[in-house]
Design a protein around this ligand. Structure first.
Ligand code: AKG
Ligand code: FE2
Length: 330
């Protein structure tokens, strides 16, 4: 399929699929994947409970207000993704932290506690999809087999270990003013972790990526599913920690959400879901043993290692970023 982004079938994770993923990750940093194994039913069920939750009153939702651990409900205008704009995003979100033995480690509103197993399964499947993508990237980057090879990245994203990984449900209410087209729904930002999976719905577009080559905003479509059983292609983007780690070889692209004119006219809401995959908190963001990455001595983790500075862990890296977004004091 020809779209602004390549669509990579990962049902058969061949070296060619890995090469294609790597090329996309090293250029725009955004790509579509299909063949992930998610069914349309699985995805629709999570969208359904998301809608149920967000349709409740402010007071009801505020009972689960976001904690310093980055879990819970973030209300309209709470989050300032683009700190240069100094203006909150007109969107709502609910963050699920990690589950343990299929149980949430946070208090859940009823819309979600009624479907706890479904959310736990969905989150784990997201994480395992990221493992698959990380393995494909490690192959393409020729990571030294003696030091972990294909599993160099995924072994640092152990599902059982504590990490900043978050499943986030997002709700962007329709805008009523005619100038809505110019409204930014989620300010320009890069994501913080290793990579993000983004589930969108047809007819609710709005995601845009800044092209490093032309400095233009590229509208990302919401593609239809290839058959009635599978979910639509999922957007994957590289995030800051993987970019830093790979000495900038993999690109963490700036993106934002606005409402295209057509959506404003129709008055549609946008619902999306993002899985932010992070390394385990205690992972050292040290140089990757890849011949492609090692030569870049003045970048990211390579430069930090060379300067003799303390090597940051993924957990420390994340705390710095969250403090900026939510104006927390460190
Ligand atoms: O809702 C979207 O499409 C994107 C959201 C996003 O980029 C984020 O929450 O980091
Ligand atoms: Fe994002």
């Amino acid at each position: 399929m020809d779209t602004v982004l390549p669509v990579i079938d990962i049902s058969n994770p061949t070296v060619e699929a890995g090469q294609k993923l790597y090329e996309a990750a090293a250029s725009l940093g955004f790509v579509f994947i299909e063949g992930s194994g998610f069914t349309s039913d699985e995805v629709n069920q999570v969208f359904a409970v998301s809608k149920e939750f967000f349709s409740q009153s402010y007071d009801e939702k505020q009972k689960f207000a976001i904690s310093k651990a980055n879990r819970g409900y973030s209300c309209m205008n709470r989050e300032v993704l683009d700190t240069a704009r100094n203006q909150g995003d007109p969107k709502e979100a609910f963050n699920f932290g990690q589950f343990k033995d299929d149980k949430a480690m946070q208090q859940l509103p009823q819309a979600f506690s009624n479907f706890e197993q479904g959310i736990a399964d969905f989150q784990k499947k997201c994480h395992m999809t990221c493992h698959k993508l990380l393995d494909l990237l490690a192959v393409a980057l020729q990571v030294d087999p003696a030091q972990g090879g294909d599993e160099w990245f995924s072994s640092r994203h152990d599902w059982e270990k504590v990490s900043g990984s978050i499943l986030r449900l997002l709700y962007y209410p329709a805008v009523s003013n005619s100038d809505g087209e110019n409204e930014i729904r989620a300010g320009a930002h890069t994501d913080y972790g290793s990579m993000t999976l983004l589930f969108q719905r047809e007819g609710q577009e709005g995601l845009e990526v800044l092209s490093p080559a032309t400095n233009d905003w590229i509208a990302i479509p919401a593609l239809p599913a290839k058959d009635s059983k599978s979910c639509p292609p999922i957007v994957v983007n590289i995030a800051d920690q993987l970019s830093f780690w790979s000495a900038g070889v993999l690109k963490s692209a700036v993106h934002r959400v606005r409402f295209p004119l057509q959506q404003v006219r129709l008055g549609v809401d946008r619902y999306s879901m993002a899985y932010f995959c992070h390394p385990a908190d205690d992972t050292l963001l040290e140089p990757v043993p890849s011949p492609i990455i090692q030569s870049l001595e003045s970048e990211g983790a390579n430069a930090a290692a060379k300067s003799g500075d303390k090597v940051l862990t993924a957990g420390e890296h994340l705390i710095r970023r969250l403090a900026a977004t939510y104006s927390w004091k460190q």
